[in-house]
Design a protein around this ligand. Structure first.
Ligand code: PGA
Length: 310
């Protein structure tokens, strides 16, 4: 059989996502390029690897076997790359970082400082939601991840590096804007604009309310922080977001935070990588940099007149 490593890499991504589109996004390829690699692998193997069930695709038995072996092959390859990177020294090589979509509000500022310090390191940044980050960690596809809720079902190292206050946002003309010490129960009647199911912000928000036995009314669901903010501005409901996402809107008073009992919900941002992973010198330098300096570069500030996160 003449199977290529590239075919295995593409197949593995499709098999993990059970979606050609999402695999294409992860690999920065077009969808036809992904489909072609899978077809070539199927031709080589002589068996179909996926079957179609309506709009969904599933792995066939042969597909499951190949996934098992390709995970091992791809993991070994990445380990080999990591060892080779470490032989090159700190200001060389590539660094693949993946961040939660919410982290992307400050990640570029961190990368800019880091890149000036280590101009020889080639940086790649993937921005996605929490669910996809967990998959990237699980398949060892990135060096380091910055996220809000480290996974508990895979073996990872996670180190907190900065506060991540979650706040309730409202349009400035909302009846509760400016009110002090709003009882939590007062939110029961309010509609909340929600992030998508795979979002860490959404999980944190749901956990916050369910731990306090408060049932909120769920309104529209949106896959981007930007869309959530627009929806709240347009009066479609309140929402809970990371303070990092709304610095500009608070400054220009397009949105306000509400002083609700229990908020800000004080969470943290974490730097996460697989336990036992051998960090390249470049990845190690980024880890040290984030832990030591991220908070001074990127901590959000509230404009005067907004309830403080403490
Ligand atoms: P997300 O990120 O809501 O964009 O998934 C936040 C987090 O990881 O907690």
């Amino acid at each position: 059989m003449n199977i290529s490593l590239r075919q295995l890499r593409v197949f593995e991504a499709v098999a993990r996502h059970l979606s050609h589109t999402r695999a294409a996004e992860e690999l920065h390829l077009t969808q036809p390029a992904v489909s072609m690699q899978v077809r070539q692998l199927e031709d080589e193997v002589g068996l179909p690897l996926f079957e179609r069930l309506g709009k969904r695709i599933l792995l066939t038995e042969a597909g499951q076997e190949i996934l098992h072996y390709s995970l091992t092959v791809n993991r070994s390859l990445r380990e080999m790359e990591e060892v080779l990177e470490s032989l090159k020294g700190v200001n060389r090589g590539r660094l693949q970082i993946a961040v939660a979509s919410t982290v992307n509000y400050f990640a570029p500022r961190l990368l800019a400082v880091f890149q000036r310090r280590y101009p020889g390191i080639g940086l790649r940044l993937d921005v996605t939601n929490r669910e996809n980050l967990v998959q990237l960690l699980d398949s060892n596809a990135v060096d380091l991840v910055l996220m809000g809720l480290p996974p508990t079902d895979i073996d990872v190292e996670s180190e907190a590096f900065m506060d991540n206050p979650l706040v309730v946002i409202a349009p400035p003309d909302h009846p509760l804007a400016g009110a002090r010490q709003i009882p939590l129960a007062r939110l029961a009647g309010e509609i909340f604009v929600m992030r998508e199911t795979g979002s860490g912000t959404r999980q944190a928000m749901e956990r916050f309310f369910s731990e306090r036995a408060l049932t909120i009314r769920q309104g529209m669901q949106m896959t981007r922080n930007e869309a959530v903010k627009q929806a709240v501005r347009s009066g479609l409901g309140l929402s809970v977001v990371s303070l990092h996402t709304i610095e500009l809107e608070l400054e220009t008073r397009r949105l306000v935070t509400l002083d609700v009992e229990g908020f800000p919900d004080r969470r943290h941002w974490y730097l996460v990588y697989r336990r036992g992973k051998r960090l390249s010198p470049a990845a190690g330098a980024f880890r040290d940099f984030v832990l030591a300096e991220a908070a001074s570069i990127a901590a959000p500030t509230l404009p005067a007149g907004q309830p403080e996160p403490d």
